[in-house]
Structure formats: structure tokens, C-alpha cells
Design a protein. Sequence first.
Length: 95
Amino acid sequence: MADISKKRQHALEADEVEVRIERIAMGLVERIGGEWRWEDGDAVYEGRGARARVEYTAETIMMKVKLPLMLKPMRGRIASVIDEVFDEHFGPKAA
């Protein structure tokens, strides 16, 4: 079960979604380390005991994050950062 789950609508072509997901993943690796890869069509990041999976369809993008015990107190801040990254790469959340 994910500790954080975020879903956002988008109107992008699949190849553009993948490019943006890769930018997000590479930025994360540069900032805090870890590794990312494509797995069954989803982007998977693992580092510092955390695991994130980014899934997308023609209309939505979803990120699920599993946090290690030591990061659980920061769940709210991490969720806010995910929202900011989604805003930057996929546009603001529809009201």
C-alpha cells in the first residue's frame, strides 16, 4: 500500500509524457541519488529506502510512493513537493 498517492489529468501525447517523467526521475536521481528504470511501462524509482512508481494513461498520470519509516513523518512535505513537480511538468491540477 502506498504512503502517498497522487493523480493528475493531462492532455499530452504518450511520448511527451514519457519525456517529462524521465526529466522528473533524472532530476530526483541527481538531487538525492538512487536509481530509476522503466518497468512494465511504468517508471520506477528506488532510493534511500523509498520506492515510487509512476503510471500513466492517455488522460492521467499517477504517482504512488512507499516511504521508509524514517521518512514517514515528512509525508506531508513530500506530497506537497510531488504536487509542485506535477504542476511544473503537467500543468496545475484542475479545480
